[in-house]
Design a protein around this ligand. Structure first.
Ligand code: GDP
Length: 435
């Protein structure tokens, strides 16, 4: 009996394509290829052409296959890939043949990566980076995800952990020498190490909000009274009729979203319902939602024009770095940061540049903590090490050593070295099949 099931899955997208790749991982991976090709197995890591044949001897496809040996594959297990033609019937016939082999089953989402993690080929932060890489939609998201999946966070954490272990070693040395003559007082050295470390962790945490935004996307709400040109601006950005525009106030009754790649920054523009006092229950609900979303957005564009009668309820939403924009500048101008016209295109590029500038303010370089889970572990590690540092010179050394041990295990949790079971489900649930 194999130690665990051999798993297989279609690794490429569902639907018709030129080529489809099916991955197999586990003790029976090579056996599957042997049965499907009815020929000698190729050398590992050599992509070779083979005819795929069914159990009844029918030719299924002219394909390419590649094998990976145990210990030399991404999952750490014996693996194989079948590159067949991407028609639905071909894929389905190949998958049926694979599924017919005993102890083979379809992989669950993320199961290949999970096996890779469990076999020590990846740490948990790299798994999260990989998941982000697959979801990346903009260039900046891709670069950031690559950085993390290549181990940037893991190596930073490992540096922090080494320093903590060094500090704890010094404290423990002092404990061991307690009854003897202590060779030298290590308090200052430990205080320095922990101070330096606390500074590093704080700096990372300061960047974490923008780092998480880079992953999940920034929200920019277009707000202002009805008829000021909000939907027209959204349409101009979309280059299509994404929102309904009309001369009758109150047309946009809900919050419309436009995903946008702003020089690599993932942005969602929100077109909020035109705000005005209303007795219409549906519109009132639209106004309530608009206010909540706009308030929580990362930036608000306050649109004004000559016909509006003041910013009304939206003035309460004004936050320090928000933008005031004068719309319909082709017919009239007024006081604002930027003047735009969707009719002539005036100011739209300036507006986008300014939005990009304001969103990336304070985030000159994005940090490494893009996930709430990672931030929490760093916060807990920071609290524990600060407690230890404050106790130096007054508290029992055993207590300080314990604080430093607690800080170390928080960092180990971050990369999945300890206590991983409870987080695995949520980390891997975001993966697609075949990964
Ligand atoms: P909203 O209620 O704020 O979403 O406003 P709309 O986008 O529906 O625009 C209201 C009216 O203003 C429509 O008739 C638009 O064609 C017009 N409008 C919007 N932007 C401009 C502009 O830049 N110039 C001119 N001349 N008219 C505009």
């Amino acid at each position: 009996m194999p130690a665990q099931d051999t798993i297989y899955a279609l690794a490429t997208g569902i639907g018709r394509s030129a080529i489809a790749i099916i991955r197999i991982s586990g003790d029976r991976a090579h056996l599957v290829v042997e049965r499907l090709t009815r020929s000698i197995l190729p050398e590992p890591r050599c992509l070779v052409r083979r005819q795929l044949v069914s159990r009844t001897g029918d030719e299924i496809d002219d394909a390419m296959v590649v094998l990976f040996s145990e210990g030399k594959s991404v999952t750490g297990e014996q693996m194989a890939e079948i590159h067949c033609h991407g028609g639905r019937a071909v894929i389905s016939a190949v998958m049926n043949e694979i599924g017919a082999v005993e102890h083979l089953r379809l992989a669950e989402p993320g199961e290949f990566t999970r096996r890779s993690f469990l076999n020590g080929n990846m740490d948990l932060s790299a798994v999260e980076g990989l998941s982000d890489l697959i979801s990346a939609e903009t260039e900046l998201q891709r670069k950031q995800a690559m950085r993390i999946s290549n181990g940037a966070l893991a190596s930073r954490v490992s540096g922090w952990r080494d320093l903590l272990i060094k500090a704890r070693g010094l404290v423990e040395l002092t404990i061991d020498w307690a009854d003897e003559e202590v060779p030298e007082d290590v308090t200052d050295e430990v205080r320095d190490i922990l101070g330096h470390l606390a500074g590093d962790l704080q700096a990372e945490l300061r960047h974490s909000e923008s780092t998480e935004k880079l992953r999940s996307g920034f929200e920019v709400a277009i707000v202002g009274p009805p008829n000021v040109g909000k939907s027209s601006l959204l349409n101009a950005l979309a280059g299509r009729e994404a929102a309904i525009t009309s001369d009758t106030p109150g047309t946009t009754r809900d919050v419309l979203e436009l995903p946008y790649d702003l020089d690599g920054l993932p942005v969602r523009f929100l077109d909020t319902a035109g705000l005005r006092e209303t007795v219409d229950a549906v519109e009132e609900e639209g106004v309530r939602r608009a206010l909540t979303r706009a308030d929580a957005a990362d930036l608000r564009i306050h649109l004004r024009c000559e016909t509006d009668r003041g910013a009304g309820q939206f003035s309460a939403l004004k936050q320090d770095h928000d933008l005031t924009v004068w719309s319909k500048a082709d017919i009239c101008e007024g006081p604002a940061d930027i003047h735009i016209s969707v009719k002539t295109g005036q100011g739209i590029e300036d507006l986008l540049r300014e939005i990009s500038h304001r969103l990336s303010e304070g985030a000159e370089s994005f940090g490494l903590l893009g996930h709430h889970r990672q931030q929490q572990h760093v916060q807990c590690a920071l609290r524990a090490l600060q407690k230890g540092r404050e106790g130096l010179g007054t508290a029992d050394l055993e207590v300080i050593a314990e604080d430093l041990r607690a800080a170390t295990s928080e960092l180990e949790r971050l990369v999945g070295r300890v206590d991983v079971e409870d987080v695995l489900g949520s980390v891997f649930s975001s993966f697609c099949l075949g990964k």
